[in-house]
Each structure stands twice: as C-alpha cells, then as structure tokens.
Design a protein around this ligand. Sequence first.
Ligand code: 11C
Length: 342
Amino acid sequence: QLFNVAVVGATGAVGEQIRRLLEERNFPIASLKLLSSARSAGTKVEFKGEPITIEEATPESFRGVDIALFSAGGDVSKALIPHAVEHGAVCIDNTNAYRMDPETPLVVPEVNIDKISEHKGIIANPNCSTIQMVAALKPLYDRFGISRIIVSTYQAVSGAGASAVTELLRQTGEVLAGNDSNPGILPVSSLPVKHQIAFNVIPQIDKFQDNGFTLEEMKMIRETKKIMGDEALEVTATCVRVPVTYGHSESVYVELKNDFDVEEIKALLSDSPGITLVDDPSGQQYPLATDAAGKNDVFVGRVRRDLSNPRALNLWIVSDNLLKGAAWNAVQIAEYIAIPKQ
Ligand code: 11C
C-alpha cells in the first residue's frame, strides 16, 4: 500500500531531515506534499531526483493526505492539525501542542509503540531531550524498575533551530576576532535578554515557569512520566545549552527498584534495539556528540554504580537531537503506521 504524505515545516531543520529519511528509507509514498509558511512557499527541493515545489500550508492542503508530519512550531500545529484530522490524515506532531493531551499518544517506538493504536488522528513526538533518555532507560525500567531520575542536559544549539547554529558559528568567529559576540537568538528568541553561547553554557532552555523550572525541564519531567506510563516516577531535570552544533548529551542518575549487576546492565543496553553502548574507560571510549551527529541511534556510556546508593546508576546518554530526537522518531512512527507488522 502506498500513502499520500505531507510534511509541514518541510524547509526547517527537522523538516529537511524528515525529507531525507523518507527518501532514504524508501517510505511507501504515493504522493508527497511539502508545506511551509508563505515565506518559503514557491522554492523547489529535490525528492528522489524530482523537483517538488514547496506550497503554503493551509487547512485545505490536507485533502486526500493519509499521513502528515508536522514540525513547524506549536502554533502551526494547533491551527492546522484539526483540519488535517478532519480530512482523515493521521498527524505525527513534532511540537509541544498535543503532547500532554490525554487523548493523544506520546510515542517513542522503543518504549510504547503499542500506544499508536489508541490515536484519534494525532500521535505526538516527544521533546528531543526526553526521547533519548526514555529510549535508554526503558530496558532498565522493564528489568529492574525505576523509582527516580535526576538528569542534567548539555543541549546542542540546533535544538533552537537552524538560525541558532548560524548564531553559534557567527559568535565564535566574533569572539576569536576579539569582537563583541552581539548575541541575538539564545536562550529564547522571543524574550528580550540574550546571552552569548560561544565559549559559554546557558542554564536556560525555553521560558521559565512559575515553579522556577524552565519549560524544557518541565517537558522532560511530564513527558517521561507519560511515556513510561508511570505517574509515580520521580523525575527532576536541569536543562543547559552548550556550544555544540548537533547532538544532545545527558548526565543521568537513576535509582532502580531492585539490585543489579553493572555488567548485566551493559549487556541489556547493548542488546536493546536503537541503543549503542560505547563504554570502555580503559580505551577512553564513551559517547560523544560529534560521533552521534548524523546517526539514528541513542548512545550510552559511562555506566557505573553510584557510590552513595548501591541501587543507583550513573549514565551518559547522547543522541542526534534532530534525528532520534525529532525526525527519525517521527519517521519511525510513520513506518509503524504504514507497515504495521514490523
Ligand atoms: C531544544 N528541546 O533543544 C528543544 C527543541 O518541544 O520539540 C525541541 C522543542 C520541542 O531547544
């Protein structure tokens, strides 16, 4: 069976990766619509050697569409997804718009692919920093139980869009030349105060909430509980932007409910689909953002028992935020819809 597919936000950093993956994976496409804001409409991109003109996304764009992948921001998703659903499309939404909606499954295929059958037209793709963490922790959750997670992130600038990558490179050049970095985008483009990211780390990703946590931190906390299906799971997060282009890294402390053997944990991780264990302290081998960039897997290393709590582990988890953290997770979900018996 072939599907009429639409990609909304087709020219963005994630949309570009979705197009590449649909092509590379030979997704069963009958027709492909590439949609964007009016600003990018009219430009042409190649798909399987054929030029496709980007069209402006409107409520009528979804007539006849079977599967629509959205990554054009929460406002676009909120405005257009109801129309796409009305036209009968299954929407895979990469934004925050529907993630916590109780009617909408929030899916990481390695964790809860069974939930896709419950969809009512929308399947939400979680936040990038959440996806890589739950994908790595799920095998441990199933085997030993998890009571508590404490995570600190080291997030690449591409999470804030292609313009933030340009900004990091520009600022780096300015600072090296002895000029003012003149920050213009980070931490949050819509807020008045901006900070230098070149040669710096910024402990703010997205806006602060009334409880003192940022929205990115609250996404990690809420989404992890929903995806794991465990509201009792204790999660706390500190999310930090670092001067890395692609690949989020995470330091994770996790308390297990049962005794474990570190070698068994490593074996479990290396046997799990979608996870690559890179853990050889003697050879100085551990996951690096520069190695994870461009790859679909979640990389885990620095696996060690905590010294203060024998039932706790410390891990280092790295993945390409635009791939498993966004485009690849979305295309994986689309593949499960298109080819259910995988
Ligand atoms: C970042 N995690 O790194 C964000 C980007 O809710 O999908 C993804 C935001 C989201 O800035």
